[in-house]
Design a binder for this molecule. Structure first.
Ligand code: MG
Ligand code: ZN
Length: 218
């Protein structure tokens, strides 16, 4: 019985996610769903990426948080369109929340839409919200065993960004093992090793983003 109820919820979510996707496609927006645990660096990576790319790419952001507008306020300082969703108690974004948020955005003017999910390593991976790709951020301070403990997040993602590599000398995280564990769960993962602090590795991430936006326009 319980399983049936969960299936119904996911089916209803998927139907609205398809509608979101249709709207994104119609408007030629590439949509990336950013997922990670709290504090892995989603918002900081967005701030950096937007500040470098905003002259070249039209960017919009949907911010998901249980409470506060802190992240939307940070992003709005970069001068791009941003909508904050406060989920109240929900620990993930769902397609209906996104559907309401996109009514507040001028999609025709957005080529790249980031959706920053609620910081959580479990259910964001279960809910499609209309994205082209899921992007997972895992930071060095979280250790190298997270792909094995939270496999669905890594399995559902097309890209893994390993952040805070400047902290490697101070942490017990084994970078090689983190990558091996991730690829064990999902051998197709495209992996970037970055530090938002030192800006190491960010150029290849920016180049990848621009390439994907251009491909999406064709
Ligand atoms: Mg954030
Ligand atoms: Zn949840």
């Amino acid at each position: 019985m319980k399983v049936e109820i969960i299936k119904d919820i996911l089916a209803a979510n998927d139907a609205i996610a398809e509608e979101n996707r249709r709207l994104f496609k119609e408007n030629g927006a590439l949509v990336l769903n950013l997922m990670s645990s709290p504090g892995a660096g989603k918002t900081t990576l967005l701030e950096k990426s937007i500040s470098v790319l905003k002259g070249r790419v039209n960017i919009g952001v949907i911010e998901g948080d249980i409470q506060t507008e802190l992240d939307a306020t940070r992003i709005s300082k970069e001068g791009v369109e941003v909508v904050q969703i406060n989920t109240g108690s929900a620990c993930h974004l769902d397609s209906n929340m996104i559907h309401q948020a996109i009514e507040k955005l001028d999609l025709s003017n957005i080529d790249l839409l980031f959706m920053e999910n609620v910081g959580n390593l479990v259910c964001p991976a279960e809910f499609r919200i209309g994205e082209d790709m899921k992007i997972m951020i895992s930071s060095i301070t979280e250790g190298d065993d997270k792909p094995l403990k939270y496999p669905l997040m890594f399995r559902e993602s097309q890209v893994l960004i390993i952040n805070k590599i400047d902290l490697l000398p101070y942490c017990d995280c084994d970078l090689k093992r983190l990558k091996e564990n991730s690829l064990k769960i999902n051998s197709n993962l495209n992996i970037f090793e970055i530090s938002c602090k030192t800006e190491s590795g960010l150029d290849s991430w920016y180049n990848w983003l621009v390439k994907k936006v251009e491909e999406n326009k064709k």
